[in-house]
Ligand binder design. Sequence first.
Ligand code: AMP
Length: 330
Amino acid sequence: MKIVRTAVAVRTAVRAARARGERIGFVPTMGFLHEGHLSLARRARGENGLVVASIFVNPLQFGPAEDFDGYPQAPRRDHALLIREGVDLCYEPRADAVYAEDFSTLIVVNDLDEPLCGRFRSGHFIGVATVVAKLLHAVEPDRLYLGAKDWQQSRVITRMIRDLELPVALVVCPTVREPDGLAMSSRNTYLTAQERAWAPNIHRALSAIAAEVRAGRLTRPGEVATAVRRCLRGGLGRVQYAEILDAESLRPVDLLRGRLVLATACFVGKARLIDNVVFTVPSRAARGTRKAGAPGALSKAGTTGGSVKVGAKRAPRQADSARSTTWRPR
Ligand code: AMP
């Protein structure tokens, strides 16, 4: 694997490969790689003649009070992992080569940057869109690989690619999870043993609440957000937001129908963890004549540890199709 530090060097290598008739796959990362990143590299390896990864902790997407300075890094280990996945080229620019001192050109993807993380990380998606545009410009890939774990990011980049008519196909790959369901993240390294043991509750809560929505037992967006908070209350996490939105436009929905994303950000100790589930609720017509269960079937959280029973009042006629969703934070 060749490591290159400048846009000119990466572009030269990529153009040589393209001249040989190869397709280029690109996996941008901030390093401290885990199986989530590697799944993208593997997918890219299977679909392209040349695979380029980048490792760049992008200062522009971190707020002043965020973890830019302490962001974990392990370049040697990252290189070994990328080599193992058959990555051909690793682009690792220095920050001052990416951003001149008087750098002043930014990409703003309006609307999509407003909900979810956008409400709490001012300027974050400007930083993301700007750096991805610059990386795409350097690498000129045919295919760009991103993870569904950062769902809002994938939507912002989809819109940017469309609006700027960038000649690249975006491939959004599924979230890779630890065996207990915790979404893999470089930031999981911040967790203490106790916090790590609690953290899978985030995904358990999202999955349980999504099942309630799919089964028609939660029918209002506000109820859904409250249910996520209630599920996670009293544990080691502090929910920053929980929202259910149209999965593509990230707009609020009145009716919980169609393709939806249920997303949350949760502080667990020093770590701010994000996770989401994307799922489809068929329209009533598509569901046939079967009626949805009674809304508001979510029982109140217990007083100790935020214990929650989801779906306690499940309508008997739904028993065949609805999964059991009794759920408790551990
Ligand atoms: P990051 O290094 O956090 O900027 O992530 C680089 C890319 O890896 C982004 O497209 C992420 O969405 C993706 N990614 C991060 N974690 C996961 C995961 N657990 N599963 C799948 N993709 C992921």
